[in-house]
Design a protein around this ligand. Sequence first.
Ligand code: ACO
Length: 401
Amino acid sequence: SIDISKLRSATGLITMDPGYKNTGACESKITFLDGEEGKLMYRGYPIEQLAEKSSFVEVMYLLIKGELPTQSELDKFITDINEYNYVSEDLIKILDAFPSSAHPMGVLTSLTAALSAFNPKVVDVTSPDDMYRAAVTLLGKFPVLASWTQRKIKGLPVNYSNDKLSYVENFYQLLFKKPGQELDLDPVIIDAIDKLLILHADHEQNCSTSSVRLVGSSHAGLFASISGGISALWGPLHGGANQAVLEMLEAIKNDGGDVEKYLAKAKDKNDPFRLMGFGHRVYKNFDPRAKIIKVAADNVLEKLGINDPILDIAKKLEKAALEDEYFKSRNLYPNVDFYSGIIYKALDIPTEMFTVMFAVGRLPGWIAQWMEMRETNQPIGRPRQLYTGAPLRDYVEIEKR
Ligand code: ACO
């Protein structure tokens, strides 16, 4: 038999970095983040300025094109997106086939992958014009698909886009408009959603974005690559954390509201429980997005006159964790997902939809990263491994095992 150490050495020199904690996979001009200082910039613009002064549609343009648009460039971008803000009626048959208990993220990733079949011309594109066309096609169709996932769990008929509305207003009416109803578009609500989408729009090489790049590095098309990113986002350690935060807060409330008990559980190394919405792979300081969202959450709740016991628990938990030695010594601060769920809940968005909202925000970032990856001719992604399995052995017939 062959010695396993020989099998290992046959691999040559390998950098082991499970979870890619310190491995750079690409150069990028899109997003800068400084985890120590808690700073985030899209194309050089601080996230604080974009959240205050820009709009989600303008940020989409910035991420994808690299510069802020002039008014006429922005108008053309919106017209281009609106050209594609419908989805083939045949896709409704796929939607209908899902049970109403299906998780919206499962439905969204499937419908996005199905777009490849319905739009074969944008599947394998390489020229800048074709890539742009693929991008605006997806930006147009994605809010429609995302809204369908909510309509499905609520048992409501699907809605269609309204070109007269802004991107975010249209998304809102796609989600909420009931048949025969005139929907009130409250500027406070639209502004809060716009901000949330801006803050989620890109975050350099996180798990879902790296997935989009890895899938796309095989030259799979944009829609298939994004579908991979949606699946990666779904998990509770990534985008699924916003749903997990709300579920955790509800559980604490139903258990008598004792935040100290849950803090102790999170610190107990024999208990798998973690405080959802706390900690971040890169931020070892306050997540700058969390700071902005915390203020937005306070505004929305005050303006909508919402007094929610869940919010009191969130505030108590935040205070207790920030004062706790375990959390302080490990630099575990509330992240963006800790507060976003609170706003979504106030806006009457079902808990299972929270990660879909994140996906709508992250879409322009995924697209920009996918385009940059193709434009810079990134090689196919293919990590190595260190084999630790059985050494070479002979096959044993089934009756002799
Ligand atoms: N609650 C309790 N302890 C925690 C938490 C938490 N939320 N997060 C990290 N820790 C502890 C770990 O147990 C570990 O302790 P140790 O040094 O004693 O072993 C230490 O802090 C470092 O944690 P790691 O797991 O090594 O950090 P990593 O960078 O791998 O994980 C992650 C980051 C996944 C975000 C983690 O903090 C976590 O699970 N948080 C909760 C889920 C969450 O909120 N995810 C959203 C992330 S933001 C986003 O995707 C938009």
